[in-house]
Every structure is written in structure tokens, then in C-alpha cells.
Design a binder for this molecule. Sequence first.
Ligand code: SF4
Length: 619
Amino acid sequence: MAKGFKYGGYIGQLLRVNLHNKGITKEPLKEDWARDFVGGAGLSARILYEELPPKIDPLGPENKLVMMTGPVNGTMIPAASRSSLCAKSPYTGSFFHSIFGGFLGPELKFAGYDGLIIEGQSNSPAYLWIDDDKVELRDAGHLWGKDPFETQEILRKEIGDEEIHIATIGLAGEEKAPYAMILCDIRAAGRGGIGAVMGSKKLKAIAIRGTGGVTVPNILRLHNTAIRLNELIATTPAVQGLSEYGTPRNVAAMNEAGILPTRNWQTETFEGMKNITAEAMREKVVKGDRACFACSINCTKYSVVPKGPYQSIINGPDYETIYGFGSACAVDNIEVLCKADELCDYYGIDLISTALCIAWAMECYEKGIFTREDTDGIDLKFGNADGMLQMIEKIGKREGLGALLAKGTRAAAQIIGRDTYRFAIQNKGLEFPGHTCRPFPAAAVGYATGPRGGSHHDIRPTAEKTGLVDRKILEGKGALAAEINHWLILTDSMLLCHLAEPIWGPLKISDSVIEALNSVTGWELDYEGARKIAERQRNMIRCFAAREGFTREDDQLPIRFMEEPVPEGPMKGSHIPRETLERLKDDYYAYRGWDLKTGNPTKAKLSELGLDFAAEDIC
Ligand code: SF4
């Protein structure tokens, strides 16, 4: 830790870069903000609440892009590899944190910074080179127009260091496409259009080399905690499945349970499932395993399609690829899914949003709303693998129908009309991941109230899906959703990977989370102390949204989830009728101490959490 910084795990320093005047400054991290908001999403929300005026244009010069680490990053705690990229989102209109794994977060800390705040807009393409305490803005004219992989290759050669870690945008980010992502080495900070914010600043890449370390108050204590957590990882079957098969480990079981979203969520059982299971993937395309910094789970798969029309090399495919381009578009060819994944990285577009936009367009086509003329001659029916790949290219280039789909399902449905909004599978503009909530009330209210909309990192259906709680009982589901929110936001602030869910959750903040945080920082938090931090973080993010004008009315589900019961399979009949959702929202707001009418935090709640400054803005 920096000399004089009070807590372990922190460097105690932030790096601020102004792209307009080329100013580069280093400033101390506020100790009270570290203690109250920890890092990652929580700390970034506090910083952006302070520094962004309300209602700014997310693609204008006033928006800021914050890369924030957390205290456990760069230590021997397993699955503590992640980092966050945060901004006001051009896609949802509120605070957004896009989390990614790999090595970039730890590397930023090794370079001597807990976080990086990027402000202003450059007049010409630039990239940022952070080499420990030497920080430079360099011309990126030669990189503009290049895809993320080529950009990384050029930078590694140019800087002369194969070991640097790089975050970069692709063509979509340069064009400020609404769901452009940032590729961080091989991992995507995919969601919420965070790449468009970087593109609006004409910042092509951030390259980092760090040679320092992270100091903790008691190395023996940290060592023992890391050993215990690694033992838990090694002996928890649900986590071990990740090591063997990666995130698609449960595809077959999900299909059997009737919760594999299919054909743009018209049903949740996919007849082509057996060709896209984790086992099929292992057999046909997976060539090896990869891990993030200090993670013993090793969940990332490295896949190769060596030749043919779907020739590709990717890290994955992850479950969201299998769901999005597989069952949601009814494509049952694993090689095609690899190619689809590769194309999204190439153009720098969010995989989930891209897939769901195409699934929505396929449904429009099958319903006769789109003709072949509208689809640029493509027979865009469900299951047309080549048509799907062509459409990804069109979205990447914003060409023909791709220009409409690049706006996202909410905007596209508003433009097309004709009731297509009913099957735009989004909340707050963000398309849904492949984790259903139609049979799961806590997950439903969690998605509806989620600050990012359709994100499975604000809520998880695991507790209801696995029978840990009775999914059919409505009572208590507001409280359950809130406590799941809490373990998710606290780990997104420490920057622990959510894939180790059985260890960090799944019902509430676990002892392991608290032990990891205390071991690194030297704090002696108990459950109530940790929960209060998480509650403060969640309320801070809600205040940001409220200041932007969000209210209870914005806490919605896709109309399909409310009005169309699952038509077949074990979950047949499941849906969340509108009245049920409103009842769940009441339950959730009441548990949180939020105003039932507006859905926003009350003055009393904000005061209890030390957020009185926000009460002036929103109460
Ligand atoms: S579980 Fe997988 S994604 Fe998460 S930190 Fe470990 S290797 Fe990375």
C-alpha cells in the first residue's frame, strides 16, 4: 500500500487522465471512500455521482470512464482477477459497471494505481501507455480502424513488451455504436455500451505494465485464507464443473429443466440442444483451458475450428454464446457459435445484445413484419446459421438492417412499432442473458429493479433454480432478491468473480467474502458491517439512477415474461403477471426502505447509510 494509506490491499492512489488538455495527474484515494464503498462498482458509483453533472450526454465530453480495481485484486485470493469499467451508459442512460476478468485489474495495481479516471475527449485518436509511474498519451492514428486483436498485436510490438496488458475498442467503439464493448486482452467488458464511451473520447487503447505489488497487513492470515478458499474451490462440485466444462457446463440440465431460452424466448426448450452442450463443445472444438490471474478454477476454454467456413479461434464459447447464438437463434452447430463469438470480438460488439437483436429480427421475419427486402435478401428464419453470421457482420458494420439492429431491441422496436416491443427481451434497454426468471419471482424482481436492466450480475436465479428456496412462494422474495443483490455488488466492488457463486453466495454475503475482505484490508467486518457496505453501494447506484429521472415505472420486465407463459416443458405455464411483478416490487422496496410510490431511497434510508448528500438531489 502507498506510504501512509490506512488499509491493506490498496495502493492509495488514483490516476487521472484528461484527454482534452493531455493532463496526467496522480491523486490520493480517499480513505473514507475506500472504507465506505470498497472499490470496483461501489467506489466508481461514488466518484461518478460526485463528478458527473446529472443528465449529461453519455457520449459527450463530460462523461468519464473509470477503470477501478478492488482491494483483493492482485493478491493470492482466488478468483480475485476482475476489474470494472464504469461510466454513464449510452445504452441504459444510468450508471453502468462492466466487469471483466483476466489480468488488467491486477496489472493496474502493480503499476501503482487503484483506479484510472479518464475524462474529456481527445481531438485525435490516442492511446494511453501506463508503464509503472511513467504515463503517456500517444498518437493512435495508425490504430484507428483496426480490430482489437490487430491493435493489441501492433501495440505489443511497438512497445516492445509481449507481457503488457491491453484494453481496446474495435470498429463499433470507434463509431460509438450503442452496445460497443471493450476487449481487455481476451476478455470483454461487454455490456452497456462502455466501448462507445471510450470511442467518444477517441481513446483507442489502454496499455499497462506494472512491476510493483500489493501490501497486506498480515501475510500469514492472507495465506491461510487463500488456502482455505482454494480448498473450497477444489471440493465444491458446482465450481469443479466450471473447471471441466466452463460456463456452458449446465446447458443439457437447463434444457431438461425447461429453462434454456429458445427462439427469442418464445419457449425454453431447445430441440437442437445436444449439439451445443458443454460435452459436445469439449469433444468438437475445445483445445485447452485458461485461467485469470491467481484463479484455480481455470474455467475459460480455448477453442479452435481449424478450417472450413466457420474457421475461428476463440476463448470460449461461454454459456452466453451457447444461449444467445445457439438456442435463442435456434442454431445448433457449435462451430457456427465459435465463429459468431469471434465476429463479435472482431467488431467489438456485445455478444448478448448482438444475439438478442438478431433473435428479435428473426421473430419479426417469421411473423412477416420483416420481408426479405428488409433483411437485405437474407432468409432470416430461426436456425439459419449463415444468415445469423451475415447479420452479425451487418451489425458490426452498421449496414442495411444491421444499422437498425445496432441500436438495440428497445430502440429498434420503437422504430418498427407493430407490437414488436412485446418481444424485445430487455429491461432499461439492456437485453437479457440466458438465465430465465419466468418461473422465479426473486429473480424476476431482481431483474426488474436491476440498475443495469437485463444483467445476471445484479441478480441470480440459482437459489430458486436449485430448490434452495421454494420458487412457487411469493412471500419473502423481495428480501431474497435484495440479499442476492448485496453479495453481487459487494463482490463487484472487491472484484471477486461471480462464477464462484457457491462460495461467495448464493443466498447472501457469505463468510468467505468477509474473510477475504478482512484478510486483505485488515478490517474486522462482521456480517452486518459487510451487509451495510453492500446496501450503501446499492443505494448509491440507485441514487445515480434517480437523479437521472428513473423511477418505479422503469423497473420492468419484457412484456413476453409478463404476458406469455412458457408454452411447454417442465416450466409450462410459468410467467410473472404484471400484478405479481407490482406486488414483488412493493415487497422489494419495502424491505429496502425505499419509497413505494417512486421506488427511490427515502431520506431516512440515505441518512442511515451516510448518503445524506444524495437526499438533497432525489428526495
Ligand atoms: S472463475 Fe473463470 S472467469 Fe472467473 S476468475 Fe476464475 S478463470 Fe476467470
